[in-house]
Every structure is written in C-alpha cells, then in structure tokens.
Write a protein that binds this ligand. Sequence first.
Ligand code: ATP
Length: 352
Amino acid sequence: MKILVLKGDGIGPEIVAAAETVVKAANKRFNLGLELDTAEVGLESLKSQGTTFPDSTVARMKESDGIILGPLDTAIYPPPEQGGTNASGGTRKALDLFANIRPSRVRPGCPAHVKKMDVVIVRENTEGFYADRNMYMGRGEFMPTPDMAISMRKVTREGCMRIAKAACELAKTRSGKLTMVHKGNVMKMSDGLFAECVNAVASDYKLDVDEYFIDAMTALIVRKPDFFDVIVTTNMYGDILSDLAAELSGGLGLGPSVNAGANHCVAQAAHGSAPDIAGKNIANPTAMILSCAMLFDWLGNRHGRPELQEAAKRIDAVIEAQLADQDGRTPDLGGPLGTDAFGAAVAKKLAG
Ligand code: ATP
C-alpha cells in the first residue's frame, strides 16, 4: 500500500516528521506493508517548481492509497497567477474529498477547558462559503468596484446528501445521536436545503436527531460539552466549530482530522501551519499522529485489512497514555518534550 507524505509549511515539516516516525513504527510492529514516499507541496514546491500545488504532486496523490499532508500557510501565498494555489482546498477538490471528519475528545489526565467531551464534527468539504471551491472555472469571489466585494456560497443537494450519509453512518457506530448545525433561520434556501437533506437521509436510520443554529451552537458546546456526539454541518461552520471543540478538549495541537472521499483519504491535522512557533521544535504533533491513525482506520475499513484498524486503535491508546503524563507532553500542554522527542516516545511505546 502506497502512502504519500507531503510536509507542508510552518510547523508542517516538524509534525509530519514526528508522525512519520510513528507510522514507520506501526508499519513494522503490525506488519502493515506500507511504502512511504514523498512529494513537494506548498512553499517548498513554490521555490523549486514555481507553484504551491504542482500537477506532478496531484498525479502522485491520485496514485496513492493514502496521503499524509502537513498544514499549509496559504495566508502568505502569492496570487494564483503567480503560483500560489491553496493546495489544501485544491487537494479536496482534485480528489473529491467531501467529508472532513474532526473528532475532539478530552483525554484522561490531560489538561482541558472542559471536563468531558467526545464529539466528532462531520464537515462538508467541497462547497459552502469557500469561494475557491465553488467554481468550475473562474473565481467565486470578485470585486465589481474597489468598494464592493462579492463572495459566492454554493450548497448542492448532492453535497448535502453525501455528507449527511457519512454522518449518519458514523452516528450509527457511536451513540446513535446526530446533531445538525446550520443557520437556516437566515440562510433559508441554502441552509434550508442542507437541513432538508440531512432530515431525508437520517429518516433511513434509527438515530436521535436534533438541530441547532450555528451561533447558539458555539455557546451550547461550551455550556454542555458532553451533550453532543456526532455533529454534521456545512464547510465553514464546521471549520470554526471544530477549532472551538479542539481548544475546549485540550488545545489545537490535539485535533486530528481526515479528509475523505469515495476513493481517497488524506490525514491532515485540523489546525493550521502555526508560523508563530515554526522551526522551534515545540509544536505538538498529536493531531498529526492521530490523523494518521484515522487514515489507517479508513484504509483498514476500505480494504478489509483489520490489522490497519488494530494499529489505529493502538496508536490512539499510546497517545492517551503519553498525554496522561505531564513529562510526556509538549510545551503547549505544560510538558518538556520537543516535537521530535514526543514522536520518538510514542514510536517507542508502540514498538514495545
Ligand atoms: P494558518 O494561517 O495556517 O491557519 P494560524 O497560526 O493562523 O495558521 P493555527 O495554526 O491553527 O492558525 O494556530 C493558531 C494558534 O494555535 C497559534 O498560536 C499556534 O501557535 C497554536 N497551535 C496550532 N497548532 C499547534 C500545535 N500543533 N502545537 C502547538 N500549538 C499549536
């Protein structure tokens, strides 16, 4: 099985290296037969190939069974005409990765802002408020005059139905509770369509379904963090809500995610490239490592390879044990370990 590794920008190279150490240990311990290869993306490929998202990298991604992608500092990319494509959005579009799955869980013994939380945010990933993902050709954001900017939001029945199905399938394997989040009181047509689709799909499942507006939800998830289980929502609401959930459950460095479609899956931490701490060996690689575990789980499920799912469970358990000990944590969680030492410690526990 081929796994393509892309380092990304900012803290990307550091946290991806730590995750790679863990992936290699798991590969050996569970005899997974994974072949790791690398390709360039982001500022690295902008320098060497004049683009942040080379066609050759996209072709390699399409040939791979799974992808590990570091965060990208898209805020400092030049305009697309000068090679600055958002490779994260581009990957989701190129591989049709419609489901962004972002779990947040309070880990025993690890500091968090709330006592109990175990939620998974299922975020639609290919349309919504992200204007760059909304067009076949051209850009969904434009300025008719210097004093007016217009941005398009697209919501389709197909996009809503497939994310609803992914969320229902997940809810079925957990507590059977599904919460949909939107702003249908204001966005009556677009969020109305989303709610209609989620209700239609959920009616085929035996689930306990409720629904909240995104503004109320940001307060509720702080007030009643242990009330929610699987949350399904549109693109930007999911992006914002998942950062909130990750922070509540301990910090942005703990929030993993995968971006999955019918045929491809990309492990990508929920947080960004954190340029403020890049190059200092202090970033927490937990989110990146757990994202790789989620990729293993997805691959195991898709290819009927239980050993991949076993490896995913074991990585999760080792991370939990590692985080329970203050001396085993990185500085964002009050610990002394560098990014590389954290990865090495997890790899060692995994191998033992
Ligand atoms: P981007 O523009 O790529 O989204 P950002 O810095 O605006 O980057 P994040 O990367 O999500 O957004 O980071 C927000 C804050 O959280 C930063 O202060 C950063 O230092 C911190 N942070 C994010 N990820 C980690 C991590 N893995 N370990 C430690 N701190 C992190």
